[in-house]
Design a protein around this ligand. Sequence first.
Ligand code: 5AD
Ligand code: SF4
Length: 426
Amino acid sequence: MNKKLFIITFGCQMNEADSEYMARLFRRRGFSLADKLDEADAVIVNTCTVRQLAEDKAVSQIGRLKYWKKSHPEGKLFVTGCAAQRIGAKKIKKRFPYVDEITGARSIENFDRLLDSVYRKNKISGEEGKKEIPENTGPENIYRSPLTAYVTIMRGCSHRCSYCIVPSVRGPATFISREEIIKDAKEKLAAGARELVLLGQTVNSYRLSGFTFSNLLEEILVLPGLERLRFMSPHPLYFDRDFKRILKQNSRLARHIHLPVQSGSDRILKLMRRGYTHQQYLELLAELRAEVPDMSFTTDFIVGYPGETEEDFQETLRLVEEAGFTAAFCFKYSPRTDRPEMAADISEKIMESRLDILLKAVKKNSRVILRERIGKIEEVMFETPDFGRSSSNMAVRINSETAPGSIRKVEILSAERNTLHGKVIL
Ligand code: 5AD
Ligand code: SF4
């Protein structure tokens, strides 16, 4: 009998990669992915807690799964991820007694063993146990197009940005060994990926016995089958000279970097403990653009950090005007600790209004950035016959059809909202 697994993932790419990893462990035990909850023999809710709203959504999802559990009494419900870590197994069990297993984000390495204990019966009978399924069934690839695969290179974060709960739920930074990363990358390329995305909370801080992020990029960039390499999310403090050289020399390194800035106010950046100023951030963009003029940047902003004044917010708007972002994710500050000085002290009304103004400013500037691509040639990896992503991570549509999986040169003819339109020239 073929058993089915249904996964519900909240949050960031790290969580998506963890979900794929768990799916793979299930697959080795004879499970395949369910299209519908109702078909599932096992359900994973992989939770996020970066903002209160994210946690609330995950928690109410667990609440709704009560009905699934009622109609599938034999089914197993797993709760994993950052909210599971923050809230703790005891409290979750108390509130939702029908949850079978709880594994926090820090304990993902134990998930294989956990499954061994949960599905022991199968293993002993040997009917559909782990041993019957060959190990090399290939990686799961759930969240991106089949051309793109995630490769986790580090876990946790050793920064102490004042607003952020990640270091306390995921723990301090730990780096995966060079050998394991290369093995993972090779496997995913052999299974058909053409684009890899290296993942970590401060991905470019990777360093293990003197082997740096830049060294790692150079090793991965020469792997057979790799067409494009991305990484996320880097921290502005960790780009070294080697990185700039590699960026310039190797166009397989994507012409896009998602580089969270959080605020444009030096005062707020300092309170956030980000380690750079408005000016230093802009200088970094300028240095990277000096190597590759067509570089595209996206970012994250938080509005309404405790004590953020109108002047602070104006500095953020000024940064938007100066930086030339292709897009930005903008969030309202969400308190993640009980420390009184970290409580939200900006009214919801002002927070909403700043968010709205910021989103409009981002949109206005990104329109200009997209229009600047008109007349230029973009290298596009096609996900469907008429749609793909450029190396600069812009959505590109064409009027003709080309083979999904192919990489073609596309001349950009127009830009509409978030999408470029063009024609294949090569
Ligand atoms: N409140 C609002 N946004 C936050 N982020 C992280 N912590 C918080 C918080 N407490 C945002 C940051 C980060 C992104 C992943 O989430 O912008 O870059
Ligand atoms: Fe959080 Fe990123 Fe700061 Fe680490 S670097 S504490 S993950 S915002």
